[in-house]
Every structure is written in structure tokens, then in C-alpha cells.
Write a protein that binds this ligand. Sequence first.
Ligand code: SF4
Ligand code: SF4
Length: 194
Amino acid sequence: MRKTPDSPDSPSGKSVNRERNSKEKGWKNATKDEEVVERIKKAKELYELYGKQLKQEFVEELGRLDRAIERTQRFMRVTGLPELCKECAEKGKCCCRPWVADLFDEYDLLLNCLLGVELPEEREVEGLCFFVGKKGCRLKVRQVICVDFLCPEAERLLGEKEIELREIEGEELELAFILKEKVKKKLEELTEAR
Ligand code: SF4
Ligand code: SF4
């Protein structure tokens, strides 16, 4: 099911068919949970070592990203999308495919730690993305495909509001992308200085 920590997500947008095809392919190629857990542990180690410095250095950027994520989620709650996705998931149709978890590297996961997410080390739901929890997605900072995907039913529900949603989501994605690059660069400096 789609987005928000309360309702898991899915991948679409302009290239729905292409994404769907790669989703099917990716389903078969999804890595094992151990590899995802390995990256989660790396992110936690980085957070343990450098979290305090990174939070101080990027306090404004983290605040902006957090607010942008909240704006997207608030907009979706108003449109009723989380309910649609919840019903969909209850029917076993959730579109959070297992392979999406493979897209997260340790820096994406570290951004989640910096926004206060307690990264899970065990899956809660079988057959879907590692990060799907019983109450929805367990992450805040997600992949483009997570934020961007709308199935035809979700697109129908949104109607013309989809354009507005795309604009709001765009800000979240841009801020996350820029901050990830800054964090990576800062980590290089910090590790060189050690
Ligand atoms: S309603 Fe669509 S977007 Fe929501 S979970 Fe189901 S397939 Fe995904
Ligand atoms: S990270 Fe996984 S659970 Fe979260 S929105 Fe993306 S596909 Fe869904």
C-alpha cells in the first residue's frame, strides 16, 4: 500500500508500465533479508559514530525534509489515499514489492535514523518489501518509486489533485536527494579526519 508510516506504499507515475515491468523482474531478483539487515546495521553504526555531528551540521536541512515529508503525508490523508491503500493491502494487493528494499543503501537508511526512525532488523510482513510493517511503511525517507507510484485506482481517487500531490512530493524528493549527497560528503570528511 502507498506511503506514509501509517500505510505502506507503492511505486508509478509517468512511467507506470515500465516500472511495473521492472517490478515484476525485480520481484524475482529481490535480495535476501540478510543483505538488507546488513545495510541497516551499517546505517546504525554510522549513526552511532557520527549521528550527533550530522544532526548539528544539518539541523536546518533535516527540519526542512521532515516538514516536507509531513506535508506530503498530510495531503494524502486529506485525499483519503491511506484508506484506499489500507483496504487494498487487506485484500493482499499491496504494491510494496520485495525488491524495493534493495534500493536502500546505508545512507538512505542513515537519513531515516537522523529523522528519528528506529530502523527495524526483522521483517513484519512476509512476501512484501522488508520495510512494510503491520501499520504501514516503517520508514520516513523513502525511494522515489515509493513516493511517486500511483496505481490506476489511486490516480482515479486523486483526479486533478494528482498534479498538486506531484508538486508536494517533488519537494520531499529533492530535499532528500540533496541532503543525502551532503551527508555522504560530510562522512567522507569525518572518516578521513579519524
Ligand atoms: S491502492 Fe494502489 S497505490 Fe495503494 S496500495 Fe493498492 S496498489 Fe498500491
Ligand atoms: S520502503 Fe517499502 S514499505 Fe516503504 S513505501 Fe517503499 S516499498 Fe513500501
